[in-house]
Design a protein around this ligand. Structure first.
Ligand SMILES: NC(=O)C1=CN([C@@H]2O[C@H](COP(=O)(O)OP(=O)(O)OC[C@H]3O[C@@H](n4cnc5c(N)ncnc54)[C@H](O)[C@@H]3O)[C@@H](O)[C@H]2O)C=CC1
Ligand SMILES: O=C(OP(=O)(O)O)[C@H](O)COP(=O)(O)O
Length: 351
């Protein structure tokens, strides 16, 4: 059993902890919290060993009636590997502590790529993380683009990618973020940081990205155009994408026309926290004109990187190859076509 510590038990950290615990070959050695808030209580209720982020806050936890097992260093000592899900930049500050304790770590997308030996996406470059000590799982948007581009590149070849990312303003817990009633070019620079980030996974890819931010918390929505090196039929591309376990090609007959309905669909399916781990590609939007592929896809920002963190751990410790790891992760989470009874996208509304 791989012993995994989670440093930073926030939006991503708590989900990664639950996903790790669901796996047959890894378990949670502990999680860290900065304060004894509701999430710390939740970690205790979940049965995770709880660590304070520093000595100063230990008394605060005790005063709140929450026992802690030590501080971050103690958790690292109890772990074979750490998933660092602290806010952007904090992970880089922690790397010397992990190195001093000879403990590998997985970092998240807001860290600079040079925090790790390689950036990671299970579908696109699993083998690059094999036996690496420090790996960075790319951001939610980059993960979403990588999953979509990998099968297109392998099957048809890619000449150029152009994508506009309509970004959610904040996560549901982030009441202090906006905009409240506006639409921002964000970042205003072109290309946005997403294109170069995708190139950490596909170094030779030609990609331009633009970002907008809107007053929503549910999901990101991508408008994608890929100029291919061949001229496939739209139906064949739909089948290709539908065969990917982490792409949900949303069928017309499902009546799902919005991010809100996608989240409701996940809640109805009994997914934890209503999480949508897959990219959601609207089947009707999959269009090929000559060599140009188009689609819309929605990305649940709180969820899509979670299975990727699990796979990164298996790659680093050579516990499985890409196919086996993805299958194991999916099965443990319940991310299988048969498991969640997702409708078949090839069945049209009037069939
Ligand atoms: N929320 C999102 O949409 C996504 C976030 N990510 C990435 O995941 C990382 C974490 O993001 P979130 O989970 O959203 O942030 P968050 O703010 O929800 O969670 C971060 C956690 O780290 C804790 N923390 C802060 N300073 C700490 C310290 N010095 N030591 C230990 N813990 C500390 C915070 O108290 C909080 O619990 C970032 O790199 C982010 O870019 C990646 C994909 C999507
Ligand atoms: O990695 C993310 O988005 P990004 O790919 O647009 O940078 C996550 O949704 C976090 O975004 P945030 O930096 O707006 O919190």
């Amino acid at each position: 059993m791989l012993q995994v510590g989670v440093n930073g038990y926030g939006t991503i950290g708590k989900r990664v902890a639950d996903a790790v615990r669901a796996q047959p070959d890894m378990t949670i050695a502990g999680v860290t919290k900065t304060s004894p808030d509701f999430a710390a209580e939740g970690a205790r209720t979940a049965g995770y060993p709880l660590y304070a982020c520093d000595e100063e806050s230990v008394d605060e936890f005790h005063a709140a009636g929450l026992a802690v097992d030590g501080t971050v260093g103690d958790m690292v000592d109890a772990s074979d590997v750490v998933v660092d899900a602290t806010p952007g930049g904090v992970g880089a500050e922690y790397r010397p502590l992990y190195e001093a304790r000879d403990t590998p770590a997985v970092f998240q997308g807001a860290e600079a790529p040079d925090v790790a030996e390689t950036s990671f996406n299970a579908r696109a470059n699993f083998d690059d993380a094999r036996d690496a000590d420090y790996v960075r799982v790319v951001s939610c948007n980059t993960t979403g683009l990588s999953r979509l581009l990998a099968p297109l590149a392998e099957t048809y070849g890619i000449e150029k990618v152009r994508t506009t990312l309509v970004r959610r303003g904040g996560d549901p817990t982030q009441s202090d973020r906006g905009p409240i009633n506006d639409i921002l070019p964000d970042p205003v620079e072109v290309p946005s940081h997403h294109g170069p980030d995708v190139q950490t996974i596909f170094p030779d890819l030609s990609i331009d990205t633009l970002g907008l931010t809107v007053p929503a918390t549910l999901m990101h929505l991508h408008s994608v155009n890929v100029t291919l090196e061949s001229t496939p039929d739209s139906r064949d591309v739909c089948d290709l994408l539908d065969a990917e376990s982490r792409l949900f090609v949303v069928p017309e007959r499902s009546g799902i026309g919005s991010c809100g309905q996608l989240r409701e669909y996940a809640r109805d399916a009994g997914r934890p926290r209503g999480d949508v781990w897959e990219n959601c590609v609207w089947g009707e939007s999959i269009t090929v004109e000559e060599r140009d592929f188009y689609c819309f896809q929605a990305i649940h920002q709180e969820a899509d990187v979670v299975p990727e963190n699990v796979d990164a751990l298996r790659a680093m410790f050579d516990m499985a190859d890409a196919e086996e790891s993805v299958a194991r992760t999916n099965a443990a989470l319940g991310l299988e076509r048969d498991g969640d009874a997702r409708p078949d996208p090839r069945v049209a509304a009037d069939d």
